[in-house]
Design a protein around this ligand. Structure first.
Ligand code: ADP
Length: 208
C-alpha cells in the first residue's frame, strides 16, 4: 500500500488531480468529508462542540452549521484552536482506521488523502509521500475568480491568508504543475500514476 498525501493551495487543482487518479484506480479519502463524518449529530465530537459553542451553531435538523461556526472561529484564534483540539484527534483516528482497513483488504492499494493543510499541520511524517498540485499565484487568482465567482480582491485576500504555494514546494516528493491546459495536466498525472504504482510495488517488496 502507498499512503499518498495530496495537497496544494486553494483552487490549485487538488480535486481535479484526485479525480484523474481515482479514475485510474486510486482510493480517495477526503479530509473535509472525514471532518463532516466525525461531527454527526449527538456523537462525542458534536457534543463537545455544542458544549463549547452553544446550540446557536446548529441547523434546525441539529447538524452543525459550519458557516456559522466558521464565522466564529475564524474571527478568534483561540476559538479556532479549541475547535481544532476537539475535532482533529477524532479525524486522525478515523483516518488511521480507514487506512488500516484498506491495508487489510487491499494491500496493494494507492490511497490518496486530500489534505489541504498537510504541510501547515506538520503531517508529512504521517504519509509515505507528498503529492503537491502547483499553480502560479496569478493563475490561482484567475481560477478562484472563475470557479467561485469571487471578486479579484477577495480572491487575492483568500490566497494571501494561506501559506504561499511556493513555500510548500520544498516539502513535496512529487509536484504536478497545473498551469497548462487540462489535457497537459491529464498527461502529467498519467505519468505520476505510473510513478506511484512503481513506488507502491517497491515498498511492498521491500517491507515484505
Ligand atoms: P482545488 O481542489 O485545489 O481547490 P480544483 O480542482 O477545484 O482545485 O480546481 C480549481 C478550478 O480550476 C476548477 O474550476 C477547475 O475546473 C479548474 N481547473 C483545474 N485544472 C485546470 C486546468 N489545467 N486548466 C483550466 N482550469 C482548470
Amino acid at each position: 500500500m502507498l499512503n499518498v498525501g495530496l495537497t496544494g493551495g486553494i483552487a490549485t487543482g487538488k480535486s481535479t488531480v484526485a479525480r484523474i487518479l481515482v479514475g485510474k484506480g486510486a482510493l480517495l479519502i477526503d479530509f473535509d468529508e472525514l471532518s463532516h463524518d466525525v461531527e454527526q449529530p449527538e456523537g462525542p465530537v458534536w457534543q463537545e462542540i455544542v458544549r463549547h459553542f452553544g446550540e446557536e451553531i446548529l441547523h434546525d435538523d441539529r447538524t452543525i452549521n459550519r458557516r456559522k461556526l466558521g464565522d466564529i472561529v475564524f474571527a478568534d484564534r483561540e476559538k479556532l484552536g479549541l475547535l481544532n483540539r476537539i475535532v482533529h484527534p477524532a479525524v486522525f483516528k478515523e483516518w488511521h482506521r480507514r487506512i488500516e482497513e484498506i491495508r487489510k483488504v487491499q494491500p496493494d492499494a494507492i490511497v490518496l488523502s486530500d489534505i489541504p493543510l498537510l504541510i501547515e499541520a506538520g503531517m508529512k511524517p504521517m504519509v509515505d509521500l507528498v503529492l503537491l498540485v502547483y499553480l502560479s499565484p496569478e493563475e490561482q487568482i484567475a481560477r478562484l475568480v472563475a470557479r467561485n465567482g469571487y471578486r479579484r480582491e477577495d480572491a487575492e485576500k483568500r490566497i494571501a491568508s494561506q501559506t504561499p504555494i511556493g513555500e510548500k514546494l520544498p516539502f513535496a516528493d512529487i509536484v504536478v504543475h497545473n498551469d497548462g491546459s487540462p489535457e497537459t495536466t491529464r498527461i502529467a498525472v498519467g505519468e505520476v500514476w505510473e510513478e506511484l504504482k512503481n513506488r507502491e510495488r517497491s515498498r511492498r517488496e521491500n517491507t515484505g
